[in-house]
Design a binder for this molecule. Structure first.
Ligand code: BTN
Length: 250
């Protein structure tokens, strides 16, 4: 079903929403438009070079997913990016719950899971004084390429129902703005407390962490005040994970 911008714009007065049929990445379009001060939300039907963390690509099947970058200008600093990423994960989970009535697990720092598989991811980049919140949600995908099929799912595959990308974008802009406000007004603590409650990965989970060029195994042992993840290793040490891919060890 083609994306219908009109109801989205009507529901979000005052936000300049730019829709594209196809872009390389909404992050690049958003960086360009943010520099020119010309948009608040960039959304595309398809990305030909959608990207995730660590230079990975983001599978962006035309018409099936929500591929968006929100251009936000909160009074935050680069040191707030870890907590901001967690706030956006919470916002995305809330938007999915409101739209599709599905409860996601949150895998630190930026993955949303349904039935243990990834249905959405967050990528935060800075561009001048703007924060670019890149959010990809697998909405109506009915299958994934073989190499992703074990790890990825969609709202439709889990619920058995079609979901409106327009409705999801409306909720996402609202929830992202309200979680950003929570972070600005209350600091990281309320966001971290909500993340702890929403995520099965914040405490007591046996995981493997892929760091650049090496891996670590241990049990997750809470978030630090900035939003990084503590890992308790077998030798009794406690290592602060600032960046890395966390995978469960069952
Ligand atoms: C991740 O899980 O590593 C982050 C994935 C982020 C994907 C979104 S889709 C919209 C925006 N444009 C991109 O190229 N990436 C983000």
């Amino acid at each position: 079903m083609p994306f219908d911008l009109e109801p989205v714009q009507a529901a979000l007065p005052g936000r300049r929403i730019r829709w594209f049929p196809s872009v390389a990445s909404t992050m690049d379009e958003a960086a360009r438009l943010a520099a020119a001060g010309e948009a608040d939300v960039v959304v595309a039907d398809e990305q030909t070079a959608g990207r995730g963390r660590f230079g990975r690509s983001w599978h962006s099947e035309p018409g099936a997913g929500l591929y968006t970058t929100l251009i936000l200008r909160p009074p935050l600093r680069s040191g707030d990016v870890p907590a901001f990423t967690l706030a956006l994960a919470l916002a995305t989970a809330e938007a999915i719950a409101r739209t599709a009535d599905l409860r996601c697990d949150l895998r630190w720092p930026n993955d949303l899971l349904l039935e243990g598989k990834k249905c959405a991811g967050i990528l935060v980049e800075l561009a001048g004084n703007a924060f670019l919140a890149g959010i990809g949600v697998n909405v109506n995908h009915t299958r994934f390429p073989d190499e992703l099929a074990h790890h990825a799912t969609s709202l439709r595959l889990v619920s058995g129902r079609f979901h409106s990308r327009e409705r999801l974008l409306i909720e996402l802009v609202r929830t992202a703005e309200s979680f950003t406000r929570m972070l600005v007004e209350g600091g990281p603590r309320p966001v971290l407390d909500m993340f702890r409650r929403a995520s099965s990965f914040a405490r007591g989970r046996r995981v493997r962490v892929n760091l650049e060029g090496t891996t670590l195994e241990g049990v997750t042992d809470d978030l630090d005040p900035a939003g990084f993840l503590w890992l308790r290793t077998a030798d009794g040490g406690r290592v602060l994970i600032r960046s890395g891919g966390v995978r469960p060890l069952e």
